[in-house]
Design a protein around this ligand. Structure first.
Ligand code: AMP
Length: 219
C-alpha cells in the first residue's frame, strides 16, 4: 500500500502520518524531516540547508531526489506513507516512474484541507521533538505535551522549527498555492484523491482516513 499526504503547511500531515504508520505498518517518509536532519550537520551543506528551510521556499528537485533516494536505499518496508512529497507535478511524475519500475502504484492520496486562518493560528504553537520528530501544539489542549517541552513518547526535548513563524509561513503557503496545489487536480484526474476536511480533532481526521482506507482495501 502506498499513500501520499498532501496538504498546506501545518495542516497536520505529520500527526496523521504517525497514527497511520503504526496502524497500517507503513514506512513514514517525511522529506521535510529528512531535510531538517541534513540541516543539523555542522558543515557547508548543513548551513545551506538551514538557510533554505528558514526561507520557506521549496528546496530544489535535485536535492529532494538525492536525499530521498539515499534514504529509500536504507528502507526495508516498501509500503510508503509519503508526507510532504511530492510537492510539484515534476516530483509526482518521477514518483510514478519510480513505483512503475517496481511494478507498484499509488493507492490513496489524501488532501488534508484546512483554511489558511486556522493554519496561521496553529503554526506559532507547533513544537517538534528533536529526537523522534513527533509534533505537538502548545496552543491546542489536545495536542499539548504532558510535561512542558518534553516529548511524551521518547522524552526528547521539544523545539520550535525555524520556519514556524508568520513570515516563513506566508512564503510556504504561497509556495503551496503556486506549486503544490496543482497536485489536487492531478490526482483527482487519476481518481485516487480523497479530500478530508481537517480543521477538526486529530482523532476525527484519523477516523475518516481509516474509513477510506478500509473501504478501499475491501475493493
Ligand atoms: P515540511 O516538513 O513538509 O513542512 O517541509 C519543510 C520544508 O522542507 C518546506 O517548507 C520545503 O522548504 C522543504 N521541503 C520538504 N519537502 C519538500 C519537497 N518534496 N520538495 C521541495 N521542498 C520540500
Amino acid at each position: 500500500m502506498n499513500i501520499i499526504l498532501l496538504a498546506p503547511p501545518a495542516a497536520g500531515k505529520g500527526t496523521q502520518a504517525e497514527l497511520l504508520e503504526s496502524k497500517y505498518h507503513l514506512n513514514h517518509i517525511s522529506t521535510g524531516e529528512l531535510l531538517r536532519k541534513s540541516a543539523s550537520r555542522e558543515d557547508d551543506f548543513g548551513k545551506k540547508m538551514r538557510d533554505l528551510l528558514e526561507s520557506g521556499e521549496l528546496v530544489s528537485d535535485e536535492i529532494i531526489f538525492e536525499v530521498l533516494n539515499k534514504h529509500l536505499e536504507t528502507c526495508e518496508n516498501q509500503n510508503l506513507l509519503l508526507d510532504g512529497f511530492p510537492r510539484n507535478i515534476y516530483q509526482a511524475e518521477r514518483l510514478e516512474e519510480m513505483l512503475k519500475e517496481k511494478n507498484d502504484k499509488l493507492d490513496f492520496v489524501f488532501f488534508l484541507d484546512v483554511p489558511k486562518e486556522t493554519l496561521k493560528r496553529r503554526i506559532t504553537g507547533r513544537r517538534m521533538c528533536q529526537k523522534c520528530g513527533s509534533a505537538y501544539n502548545v496552543n491546542i489542549d489536545s495536542l499539548k505535551p504532558k510535561v512542558d517541552s518534553i516529548c511524551d513518547k521518547c522524552q526528547g526535548t521539544l523545539y520550535q522549527r525555524n520556519d514556524d513563524n508568520e513570515e516563513s509561513f506566508e512564503i510556504r503557503y504561497q509556495e503551496y498555492l503556486d506549486k503544490t496545489s496543482a497536485l489536487i487536480t492531478y490526482y483527482q484526474d487519476k481518481q485516487i484523491l480523497y479530500r478530508i476536511q481537517s480543521d477538526k480533532s486529530k482523532e476525527e481526521v484519523f477516523q475518516e482516513l481509516c474509513g477510506v482506507i478500509e473501504k478501499g482495501m475491501k475493493k
